[in-house]
Ligand binder design. Structure first.
Ligand code: ADP
Ligand code: ZN
Length: 529
């Protein structure tokens, strides 16, 4: 495929320069590419923006035959292929959005060797016809993009990916490269075994994104808090705001527009045309803000996204990392800001309890949520915790909220005991369970209508927590949840003890807590624009 071979520059570098117009490889790109060109299998863990695509595109151009790329991002295939064609790379795709005629055309190109790259949706490989087609052509390599989708332990499992284990049996001589931007040790191991790649070389890049400033704030008036962030630090910047529900996406987008911000909604409930239009405005116009559900963003390559804000708690640390990773791909200072509150925990527990699937599945979801809560409530550097979650060690970063304004810790053992014993009394003496609001009212000795209705002012614990305010009690609840010393259950978010609670009640365990900073920290001078 390559015409002029010079002595001191490898074929891979020549393709990089001639086809893609870049001077040099980044990080371990060259090592990965040469390994795959040589016919080896590779598992690549590299953060978003690290440059994974070239790792299979260049070997596909250098090796003879067609590089087959398995990707779940059907909506992006057309764009990816168009971008490659614009560079003169012969690329095509096969997925469910095409009619028979379009598919035929691509199949013919594939068989006659007129393609360098063929993008395939994973469900295509379930169709015998596709397998026969691949048998009749010449394949240079298989690239399995978003490889974490094969892992059940991960946060984004897709059953169609399980079928990819057969690639090796059917085409044992074709090298495979699996790539992902998010993988814990457990997911990494699962990728390797499910894809049957015991002999693959592993390339694990640092997951650190030093230009992203991580900040997690207590949620009180989320839309106002967001507006304040945008006005004070990100006026005119492009960014993404994530909300959990379509309704809150709509409301938040409206609120921002009313306040003079160029915001557009994006969620699966909008018709395809509106979605495509909003996405392309975000990509092409300056300073657009997209308010979206997590349906938005996978694979979107916009380098100058200056902030990613979450108005609701992400379901997992992996999801949080992936979503925040869409900020600052150009390496410039960017903000990842999350607001979270007790209601998030209640809501997500409820979703987990009501989710389809077996107990093991619910336990996985719970473990993901617990890890996310622990990240929110940590007094350590956010980045240290985040990287540790992906099995990578680092020191305090100086560019996250806890580094910039270290939260003070206080001994929360006594309040924890008061709160836990209130829950115990309600249950033992009255056979009742309540949510955080009622329990805080009892502790603070508030004679609300509901307190009187249930005669809670006659409990011996009534008023024993007058020294703390409502917001502080909520903080205590959140931190106990994050430390596994308390659990929420049911539709109403009632609080119940865990096995570990007993030790606190007995006085056998201290409970350190973080004190919320008076004012949210602002970007450090040196790192802001
Ligand atoms: P990933 O898939 O890992 O998120 P991409 O493959 O989309 O990352 O690459 C991110 C951006 O970096 C793209 O715009 C890509 O063209 C660019 N890029 C990748 N490798 C290089 C390189 N060696 N030199 C310059 N730019 C690069
Ligand atoms: Zn830090």
């Amino acid at each position: 495929d390559v015409d002029s071979a010079s002595d001191d520059v490898s074929e891979a570098v020549q393709v990089l320069r001639r086809v893609f117009g870049y001077d040099a490889f980044r990080g371990s790109q060259q090592e990965i590419i040469e390994h795959v060109i040589g016919g080896g299998d590779a598992v690549v863990l590299m953060p978003t923006g690290g440059g994974k695509s070239l790792c299979y595109q260049i070997p596909s151009l250098v090796r003879s035959g067609v590089g087959v790329v398995i990707s779940p991002l059907i909506a992006l295939m057309q764009d990816q292929v168009d971008a490659l064609r614009a560079l003169g790379v012969r690329a095509g795709f096969l997925n469910s959005t095409q009619d028979l005629e379009e598919r035929r055309l691509v199949e013919t190109e594939f068989l006659s060797g007129e393609l360098d790259l063929l993008y395939l949706a994973p469900e295509r490989l379930r169709v015998e016809q596709t397998l026969n087609l691949l048998d009749r052509g010449k394949i240079s390599l298989f690239a399995i993009d978003e490889a974490h989708c094969v892992a059940q332990w991960g946060h984004d499992f897709r059953p169609d990916y399980l079928a990819l284990s057969m690639l090796h049996e059917r085409w044992p001589d074709v090298p495979r490269i699996a790539l992902t931007a998010t993988a814990t040790d457990a997911t990494h191991t699962e990728i390797t075994s499910r894809l049957r790649m015991p002999d693959a070389r592993h390339f694990v890049a640092s997951f650190d994104r030093p230009n992203i400033q991580y900040r997690i704030a207590a949620k009180n008036e989320p839309k106002r808090q967001l507006l304040e962030l945008l006005r004070s630090e990100h006026a005119g910047d492009a960014g993404i705001v994530y909300c959990l529900s379509r309704a809150s996406v709509e409301k938040t987008a409206q609120f921002l527009v009313q306040n003079g911000i160029d915001a557009l909604p994006y969620h699966a409930g909008l018709d395809a045309r509106t979605r495509a239009e909003n996405q392309s405005r975000f990509l092409r116009e300056d300073g657009m803000v997209v308010v979206a559900t997590i349906a938005f963003g996978m694979g979107i390559d916009k380098p100058d996204v200056r902030f990613v804000a979450h108005l609701d708690l992400p379901k997992s640390v992996e999801g949080y990392y992936q979503e925040t990773g869409r900020a600052g791909r150009d390496g410039q200072p960017s903000t990842a800001w999350l607001a979270y509150g007790l209601q998030d925990v209640v809501q997500q527990r409820k979703m987990i309890d009501g989710s389809e699937g077996d107990d093991a599945h619910r336990r996985r979801l719970s473990a993901h949520l617990d890890a996310m809560l622990a990240l929110c409530e940590t007094v350590q550097c956010r980045r240290v915790r985040l990287l540790a979650y992906f099995g990578q060690q680092s020191g305090p970063c100086g560019n996250c909220d806890t580094c910039l304004a270290p939260p003070q810790t206080w001994d929360g053992t006594v309040p924890a005991q008061k709160l836990l014993s209130t829950i115990v009394r309600l249950q033992r003496e009255r056979g009742q369970k309540f949510g955080a609001g009622q329990i805080a009212d009892i502790l603070m000795g508030k004679k609300t209508a509901k307190v009187i209705q249930f005669d809670h002012d006659s409990l011996s614990v009534f008023g024993i927590g007058e020294d703390l305010r409502e917001a502080e009690w909520r903080g205590v609840v959140r931190q106990l949840l994050a430390q596994g010393l308390l659990a929420v259950e049911g539709d109403y978010g009632t609080l119940v003890l865990t096995e570990a609670s007993a030790e606190v009640l007995r006085g056998g365990r201290e409970v350190p807590m973080r004190r919320e900073p008076e004012k949210a920290p602002r970007a450090a001078k040196a790192k802001s624009r």
